[in-house]
Design a protein around this ligand. Structure first.
Ligand code: G6P
Length: 763
């Protein structure tokens, strides 16, 4: 686990936000407390002041008893009043005594009162509701009034003393200020102490947790360096167990629940594979640079199912694709490290080109790969040819590519996707140099049964090389089983049939089924004319009448593709159902392929002859039953043809998957068109809505053509819609994604194993 680069900043922010999260509530709480405290204190001081004033009034009353008694001994009321006022005047020298009055028994208004005495206070005491003392408001200030009963010369009189209480408000104001400042200072001091403590302990905890998370704490929880703080020590055991569980159970993408797209693939690379490096190695490169007769260099997209499938994956992964530089201008466009950025219009990954001598290409590519392994793996009844000179070149070139892969690797543990039968030895060769690499080998062609494979003179070497892979993928379960049987027959290994894993020399290889597919939506659909327009354009180009129904076949000119069988089915249809003569034509796009090999040369000639023969037989003025186009067509052009055709006929004699079938489905947004599909393709297992045929059974294929030509639009739509839904969901991103998810799972398990082994073990 890596720490973020700006870890100090991150830590500071966390501590700061923790502090703020603590300080804010503290402030609020202290404000509330100070508010409540002021109220309580005010109430308390008020009652104290009143009690104090009452005591004062009583004592003033006692003091005035004698002088008031003497004053009342005067002769006249006037004299009495004058003498009383003198006494009262002296008494009110006290700043708090606001006014004094005297009532004799029966008086309503006071007999004598000082000038300031509040007029609403009379002798009845009504103003206090009959109580002897109380607080009133006078001139917007509080006053305290006390009625004191005195007996002077056996006559009852009432002395009324009024105290000014405004000093009380002044004191309350001051108290409020003191309390406010007290709590404010308290809040600041407490917050400061909190922040300091939080920062210090957070730093310690963070360091401790980091150490635990990095695994240091797990392995050495009590080391003296202090990475794990003492408070964390009791937690380390629990953390250790939790980490192990998380590591083992961290959900790697469940491929069934993912909507597969380039973005989903990128996410897997970033999350599950933690952005690890991706390298692809294949013989065929995705862009071939050729210089044309006019001197300009163009990039050609080759006719290869492998390339069609992997190219969109690579665009999503942005890695390095190591491949044979086979174009005549390839060397002109690479940099000094033999790399070129592609796609040319919007570069997103790079090709690392490997150069081969003619001799190498002859022995490794034409010889061992395509005259030996290709027919060996395809049950197409073409004898494989094995020459030891080809084998030597095959070993040499595998080594050359392995070295290029190792050179390209920027880390010691990249994920390497090895493609196809050209590189059976490369997985082991790479693993010897990069033991931590995760090698996923995908075999794009069928794997035969042990008897068929057993005729290869270097069968053990090939199997040994392939078992250098961590994951070995085939299109179908059937091919996986054939491989397991073959290994069982020829190698000393342990095979776990339940998990489909082969262990040899401590190395485990998971043998898995990953049916390949195409990108969805296909980028070749962008800018395509409408189906009606494609219909018109293609017929116009071929010189075919508008009402003619078209069938399409798109293949490399390869004997495994069943092109001759297809033509014979067309011939049989025209023979048996004469109404289609002049009404149905079959267009065969055939890309020249491996044309220096005798078998391919012969096949090329046979295909041309057969087309010519049938055209002679059933053709007429302005009508050709078969339009054979032996030339390379770019994918966009191919898609236009798919959209223009009523039928697509895939009649491979044996095919790992066959992506033409899926491309036809992808091209038909209008949900029309019928797919006729050989039962010997991997695709037949996934697209049962197609008309499934045995290409060796000419009558059956002719009947399928007839059925397709007569199929109602509604039935076409139902079948096409269902196939489209399937291909959309099971697209090439799922294919690649599932392999990468499995690689991630494998990595996770081995990390876990290492941890258990090297220190994380005991509780
Ligand atoms: C098949 C193979 C691919 C190959 C493609 C085209 O699909 O599985 O590995 O690239 O044919 O053949 P080519 O020999 O032209 O590369």
């Amino acid at each position: 686990m890596t720490l973020p680069k700006n870890r100090h900043l991150g830590y500071g922010k966390s501590a700061m936000s923790l502090s703020l999260r603590f300080i804010l509530p503290l402030f609020v709480a202290l404000s509330l407390i100070s508010w409540a405290s002021i109220g309580v204190v005010e109430k308390l001081t008020e009652s104290w002041f009143i009690r104090d004033v009452e005591a004062r009034a009583q004592s003033i009353g006692n003091t005035l008893e004698l002088p008031v008694g003497l004053a009342l001994h005067s002769d006249t009321d006037k004299e009495k009043r004058e003498r009383l006022l003198e006494v009262f005047h002296k008494a009110t020298q006290d700043e708090r005594l606001f006014g004094v009055a005297l009532c004799r028994e029966g008086d309503h208004a006071p007999f004598a009162r000082t000038a300031e005495f509040p007029p609403m206070v009379d002798c009845s005491g009504e103003v206090l509701g009959g109580k002897a003392t109380g607080v009133l408001q006078y001139r917007r200030a509080p006053i305290h009034t006390s009625y004191l009963k005195l007996m002077l010369d056996a006559k009852p009189v009432t002395l009324i003393l009024v105290h000014d209480l405004s000093f009380m408000s002044r004191r309350s104001e001051e108290t409020r200020k003191y309390i406010f400042w007290f709590f404010a200072i308290l809040a600041v001091v407490v917050s400061f102490i909190t922040v300091v403590i939080a920062q210090l302990s957070w730093r310690g905890w963070v360091q401790g947790l980091r150490a635990v998370v990095r695994g240091e704490g797990l392995l050495r929880p009590f080391r003296s360096s202090g990475a794990v703080t003492p408070e964390l020590r009791p937690l380390v055991k629990d953390l250790r167990a939790m980490m192990r569980e998380m590591e083992a159970e961290r959900p790697i993408h469940d491929d069934a629940n993912v909507t597969w797209s380039p973005a989903a693939l990128k996410e897997i690379l970033q999350q599950d594979l933690r952005g690890e490096e991706i390298l692809i190695v294949s013989n065929r490169e995705p862009y071939i640079h050729n210089r044309g007769k006019d001197g300009t260099i163009t990039a050609k997209f080759p006719a290869s199912g492998l390339v069609s499938a992997l190219e969109p994956v690579m665009r999503a992964c942005s890695g390095t694709w190591v491949a044979h530089g086979s174009g005549n201008a390839d060397r002109e466009v690479v940099d000094k490290n033999d790399r070129v950025q592609v796609p040319p219009d919007k570069p997103s990954y790079q090709i690392r080109r490997v150069w081969l001598t003619e001799e190498e290409e002859q022995g490794y590519y034409y010889g061992f790969s395509n005259e030996g392994l290709w027919p060996l793996c395809h049950v197409a009844h073409t004898r494989p040819v094995f020459r030891s000179s080809d084998w030597e070149m095959y070993v040499k070139v595998n080594r050359k590519f392995a070295d290029a892969v190792v050179q390209e690797a920027r880390t010691d543990n990249p994920v390497i996707l090895v493609q196809d039968y050209h590189f059976a030895l490369l997985p082991r060769m790479v693993k010897e140099q990069l033991p931590n690499a995760c090698v996923i080998t995908f075999w794009h062609i069928p794997w035969p049964n042990p008897e068929a494979f057993g005729i290869c003179p270097w069968r053990e070497e090939i199997l040994h090389g392939m078992l250098g892979s961590n994951i070995l993928g085939f299109h179908t379960r059937f091919h996986c089983n054939n491989f397991l049987e073959t290994v069982d027959r020829f190698m000393e290994t342990r095979i776990d049939r339940e998990t489909s894993t082969i262990t040899s020399g401590g190395n485990a290889t998971a043998v898995r089924q990953y049916p390949i597919s195409i990108e969805w939506p296909s980028r070749w659909l962008e800018g395509q004319p409408s189906v009606a327009e494609c219909h018109r354009l293609v017929r116009e180009k071929l010189g075919v009448k508008a009402d003619i129904k078209l069938g399409i076949g798109v293949d490399r000119l390869d004997y495994t593709k069943g092109i001759l069988e297809r033509f014979r089915a067309v011939e049989r249809l025209l023979e048996l159902e004469s109404q289609w003569r002049g009404k149905f034509s079959f267009v065969q796009i055939a890309s020249p392929s491996r044309s220096t090999i005798d078998h391919y040369k012969a096949f090329d000639a046979a295909v041309r002859d057969e087309a010519e023969r049938i055209n002679k037989l059933y053709g007429s003025e302005g009508y050709k039953p078969i339009h054979l186009l032996v030339e390379h067509h770019g994918p966009k052009d191919v898609f236009t043809h798919y959209r223009a055709s009523d039928i697509c006929f895939v009649s491979s004699l044996h095919d790992g998957m066959n992506l033409v079938a899926k491309e036809y489905v992808a091209a038909r947004e209008d949900e029309q068109g019928v797919l006729i599909l050989s039962q010997f393709t991997g695709a037949a297992r996934e697209l049962p809505e197609a008309l499934i045929v045995n290409p060796y059974d000419t009558d059956q294929c002719a009947a399928a053509l007839q059925m397709a030509l007569e199929m109602s639009n509604r039935e076409q739509r139902d079948r096409m819609r269902s196939m489209r839904n399937f291909v959309k969901e099971f697209n090439v991103y799922r294919w690649a994604g599932r392999m990468l998810v499995d690689a991630a799972r494998m990595r996770q398990k081995s990390r876990f194993r290492e941890k258990r082994f090297f220190g994380g073990g005991g509780q």
